[in-house]
Design a protein around this ligand. Structure first.
Ligand code: GLA
Length: 359
């Protein structure tokens, strides 16, 4: 993450302006495992969020969300949380958490623009927090925290400032993605390992269900986290990674634990299927993941089920709900040359978050 400006612009305060980009992500498999110390297999995508920052005089941060045509302005050092789920929480949270990490920020103007649809399960929120952090550090001439620490900081922004108890999956994917590669993440550690995503001409595509999800506040997402914590208490363990049984647990806790344990196994089965070039097997794993998320974890909704069926009717080898659930996009795997259903967007692994050239 080197600052690679070839030509610098200067803000009203005389310092150079900077631009940071962070990608959204697709999670190939390994859903609702991150906050259970489990396994995931995401990749960064080419779409994401751009934040342009220029230094200004005074003591404030001014932010402008171009797509929404909305603004925010607050005093550096006196950040107040906004409405849960609102984009302003991310800006205030990023500034506050960076300062808490002893990074000295300066007053600046931020311009935010992105092409990851919000609420679509492609992690527009981690793309926003990661790009904000990189831009805020760079415009102040400060080194950002190293990438694992930065991922944790971004999760705190979302947990403590935006009301969503999300895990490390999304910021780690945004910070460690590589072109052509997925990354197997063992959240215990976390330990990361690049996995070549060689699809032999097969195509991964996302299709938006049209039902936008939210992870904040009284969401089903936060409720699932509570249920996992309750299951841990019943089993006398700290993390579902250490669960060895589902029997004897009251429902729905038994089903929730069964999903987490079987999904961890599917991640390594998917890594093996990729290594063997067995894309049919990968498709079956996506289907199995979907059934588990629908029946055991109960995070699907009617719109998502219709979208999965659309993909399967179009010949998908496998299709599943992706991300936090309760709406969002479906991920499907198609044979080489297949005609994608209307609205489906092919996705490929792209590079991680970075500072861009400002021209
Ligand atoms: C959302 C959260 C992640 C993860 C997924 C489900 O994307 O941000 O931390 O829990 O849901 O796998």
């Amino acid at each position: 993450m080197r600052h690679s400006n070839t030509r610098l612009e200067h803000g009203p305060a005389g310092g150079p302006s900077v631009q940071a980009f962070a990608p959204g992500r697709v999670n190939l498999i390994g859903e609702h495992t991150d906050y259970n110390d489990g396994l995931c297999l995401p990749f960064a995508i080419e779409r994401g969020v751009n934040v342009r920052a220029e230094p200004i005089r005074g003591g404030t941060i001014e932010a402008y969300a171009l797509d929404l045509d909305e603004r925010d302005r607050f005093q550096l050092g006196a950040e107040e949380p906004g409405e849960p789920g609102d984009w302003r929480c991310f800006v205030r949270g990023a500034a506050a958490e960076l300062r808490r990490a002893d990074i000295e920020l300066g007053p600046c103007r931020l311009e935010i623009a992105g092409d990851v649809p919000r609420g679509s399960g492609l992690s527009s929120s981690a793309a926003l927090s990661v790009s904000l952090c990189l831009a805020l550090c760079a415009v102040a001439g400060a080194e950002p925290p190293e990438r694992i620490a930065l991922a944790r900081l971004c999760a705190r922004v979302e947990n403590e400032w935006c009301g969503a108890r999300t895990g490390l999956l999304d910021p780690l994917a945004a910070l460690f993605g590589e072109a052509g590669q997925a990354v197997r993440i063992d959240m215990r550690g976390p330990r990361l390992q690049a996995v070549a995503l060689d699809l032999g001409g097969h195509v991964l595509a996302t299709l938006d269900s049209g039902a936008a999800h939210t992870l904040a506040g009284e969401s089903g997402y936060n409720e699932r986290r509570e249920e996992c914590a309750a299951a841990c208490r019943e089993l006398g363990i700290d993390s579902l990674r250490d669960a060895t049984r589902t029997d004897g647990l009251p429902e729905p806790l038994g089903r929730r634990v069964r999903h987490v344990l079987s999904e961890n196994e599917r991640v390594d089965a998917a890594v093996a299927a990729l290594a063997a070039g067995d894309l049919e097997a990968l498709g079956r794993l996506l289907d199995a993941s979907h059934r588990s998320l629908r029946d055991d974890y109960e995070v699907s909704v009617a719109e998502v089920e219709r979208t999965v069926e659309t993909c399967k009717r179009a010949g998908a080898l496998g299709a599943r709900i992706m991300g936090g659930g309760f709406g969002g996009s479906v991920l499907a795997l198609f044979r080489p040359g297949a005609e994608l259903p209307a609205g489906a967007v092919a996705v490929r692994p792209g590079p991680s978050a970075r500072l861009a050239e400002t021209i």
